[in-house]
Write a protein that binds this ligand. Structure first.
Ligand SMILES: Nc1ncnc2c1ncn2[C@@H]1O[C@H](COP(=O)(O)OP(=O)(O)OP(=O)(O)O)[C@@H](O)[C@H]1O
Length: 648
């Protein structure tokens, strides 16, 4: 950057504070910002890029790295807001670490590697690796061979964390005894051997990579570059690098970042907030922000952003109390906090209060932020019943969740009315859901063919399912599914759908099925909650089997608002880091809803902090009136009595 320290870029819409200007024009090579939510970190990174652009740097020589898609969207949004033209924003590289690493690998390796995104896709490979472990080592060591989904989920998390932390790259690793290494890694012998075999199957030992799961691109790239100076010279050389959400840094991303900074001798500016760490399972650790940068770049400069520009003093104080830290607002306007209570014993009471809260809605955007997707069922239903349009951020409507599509498919088969679902691709998705829940072991190619067939010829569905089930190796499961179809078929059209679905929930043992098909037990619990919620909504609506498909079809048509344009959105908290809305509504702040059981308490509290700090003008908290059922975060905010009284 130029030695002239006056800012040359004057943004639109805002007047930068002296703190922001200091960062925008900082002369130090490495600048770090550790600041609260809403303190303008992303905006200031955008100002820094804009300043460099204004001083004639080419957009192609600039790189912006983040950890999540939402953070990527937020940074692009802030760039546009401060006045960088869209054409220029498009020429900048704004990527997640992993997507960026995958692009670099594509250049270096010159070949596409299969991407595996879900635990369900990785499960067969984990099984295979464990089988090899058993064959090779069972006669030498006592091993714990456990192939349940819980064990696989734990293994998949462990492998991700071990790789993200680059634990295998410890200098002593090769010379150490196995026992020493186990102690170093803090894992059992079985997990260690399992991980080695799994990485062997992935091709990580030979470099002939067979597939990449989330985060593997970063890991593979860093291993490839570590200790290979000539190869590092092939990294793109950026002059200006910024990185947002630095609290999500882990060892592998940190090393990639430092290599990139060194490669281009770049100016670097990064920002984060230690209280927004919600990905510890991926090795995220705020110590990178706090200590590691200093060790790596001793002359770095830390610059402050002291106050929130998103929310007013009242909310700043409440979240400061929650997180036990200094938290102030620079705004004179208030962010109104309202606490609305509902009767915990009434299933519809929370969503009814939510609709009431929307009646006071004012101009601007509103987000209903959920702890997890099962909470969408009642929210979406209430919005639909009230004729309120909404969009969804990075999630599907609950009507399109696998478990609800499966129930729709079961009813369609029994009533022979799949053709009533007009969209061909949707019919294909229903078939896929049935295949998953009936546990039919299809290959990917077989599934694609079957989906295409049923999309074009809906009447094939019934014959298809019965044929497949007749051939199934798991005859017990097949018999249960067929019994459920028979049961539904025998019911008259005016039978209540809720009662019928409740019965087949038991017949098909859907809760146990969810635990078998979802690798992550937390996911299986969400699916079970979702099924219970959907069946309850069907019961309350009093819908009959004959009208079931039409009822859902109508609702599906209503979810047509494209999310980009929607003024009211529903999103899960994990998907909206970095974003903000005029009005934020947090429903279901109840015991076991938020925090959820079996979660890390600190991470869960951080999640609540992220959610509450998305609000600009108004934050609505929906909580049971009986204090015994309230989420503990309500008390932790130490709201003033007059806010609580505002429910009237
Ligand atoms: N100088 C300013 N004057 C007024 N508003 C500002 C100023 N700088 C930033 N803002 C506004 O403050 C809000 C929060 O900014 P931003 O999203 O950059 O914060 P953040 O620290 O990145 O938040 P988070 O930690 O939640 O990602 C935005 O609406 C932004 O437009």
């Amino acid at each position: 950057m130029s030695t002239d320290n006056a800012p040359q870029f004057i943004p639109k819409r805002i007047t930068p504070t002296p703190e922001q200007v200091a960062i925008q024009t900082a002369q130090k090579k490495v600048v770090l910002i550790d600041a609260n939510a809403g303190a303008a970190k992303t905006t200031t990174l955008a100002l820094r890029l804009a300043e460099a652009l204004h001083r004639g740097r080419a957009p192609e020589r600039m790189l912006a790295l983040v950890f999540t898609e939402a953070a990527r969207v937020a940074l692009r949004q802030r760039l546009l807001e401060v006045g960088v033209p869209l054409g220029v924003v498009k020429r900048l590289t704004v990527d997640t670490f992993d997507a960026f690493a995958a692009k670099v690998l594509l250049q270096l390796e010159n070949m596409q590697v299969a991407a595996m995104r879900s635990d369900e896709e990785l499960r067969p490979i984990a099984w295979e690796a464990l089988e090899v472990v058993s064959e090779k080592y069972a006669h030498r060591y006592p091993l714990e061979i456990n192939t349940t989904n819980g064990a696989i989920a734990e293994f998949l998390k462990l492998q991700l964390r071990t790789k993200a932390r680059l634990d295998f790259q410890n200098p002593d690793f090769e010379s150490n005894s196995l026992d020493d290494n186990l102690e170093l890694l803090g894992m059992s012998r079985t997990h260690y051997l399992w991980l080695r075999e799994y990485e062997g199957l992935r091709g990580a030992d030979t470099g002939d990579i067979q597939f990449r799961a989330p985060f593997d691109a970063t890991y593979d790239l860093v291993r490839m570059l570590d200790g290979d100076e000539p190869l590092r010279q092939q990294l793109p050389a950026f002059q200006i690098i910024v990185a947002d959400e630095l609290h999500d840094l882990n060892e592998a991303s940190f090393r990639l970042l430092t290599m990139l900074i060194r490669r281009g001798n770049a100016f670097f500016c990064g920002a984060g907030d230690k209280d927004q760490v919600i990905y510890t399972w991926s090795g995220a650790d705020h110590r990178f922000l706090r200590q590691r940068f200093e060790q790596e770049f001793p002359t770095l400069q830390r610059l402050p952003l002291t106050a929130s520009y998103r929310y007013g003093p009242q909310l700043a104080q409440a979240v400061g109390v929650l997180k036990n830290k200094a938290s102030v607002s620079a705004l004179t306007r208030a962010t109104h906090i309202e606490l609305l209570e509902y009767d915990h014993a009434q299933p519809q009471a929370c969503s009814a209060q939510l609709i009431a809260a929307l009646e006071h809605a004012h101009a601007g955007t509103t987000a209903i932020l959920l702890r997890d997707r099962d909470q969408a069922i009642r929210v979406e239903t209430a919005l639909f019943q009230s004729g309120i349009a909404y969009g969804l951020v990075d999630m599907n409507s609950y009507l399109l969740s696998l478990e609800v599509l499966m129930l729709r498919g079961m009813v369609a088969i029994a009533r022979k009315d799949l053709h009533a679902i007009k969209s061909g691709p949707r019919r294909g998705e229903i078939l896929e859901a049935l295949v998953a829940f009936a546990e039919i072991p299809f290959t990917r190619a077989e599934l694609q063919q079957a989906k295409a067939d049923v999309a074009n010829y809906p009447d094939l569905l019934e014959g298809f399912l019965t044929n497949q089930l007749a051939k199934s190796q798991n005859q017990d499961k097949a018999a249960l599914t067929l019994a459920a179809v028979d049961y539904l078929r025998a019911l008259p059209p005016d039978a209540l759908a809720g009662d019928a679905l409740q019965h087949i929930f038991g017949l098909m043992q859907l809760e146990q099925t969810a635990r078998r098909i979802y690798v992550d037990p937390a996911q299986a619990r969400v699916v079970a909650r979702s099924l219970h919620g959907f069946i309850a909504v069907c019961s309350e609506a009093g819908v009959a089997l004959g009208g079931f498909a039409g009822w859902l079809g109508e609702m599906e048509e209503a979810v047509t608002v494209s999310t980009g344009k929607a003024k009211l959105v529903i999103a899960c908290i994990d998907q909206i880091k970095g974003l903000e809305y005029n009005h934020v509504i947090l429903p279901y702040l109840a015991v076991d809803e938020f925090p959820r059981s079996k979660t890390d308490p600190l991470e869960e509290e951080n999640r609540f902090y992220v959610a509450a700090t998305r609000a600009r003008d108004r934050l609505t908290l929906l909580t049971p009136e009986d204090p015994a059922y309230r989420s503990r975060y309500i008390a932790a905010l130490q709201l003033k009595q007059k806010i609580i009284a505002s429910k009237s």
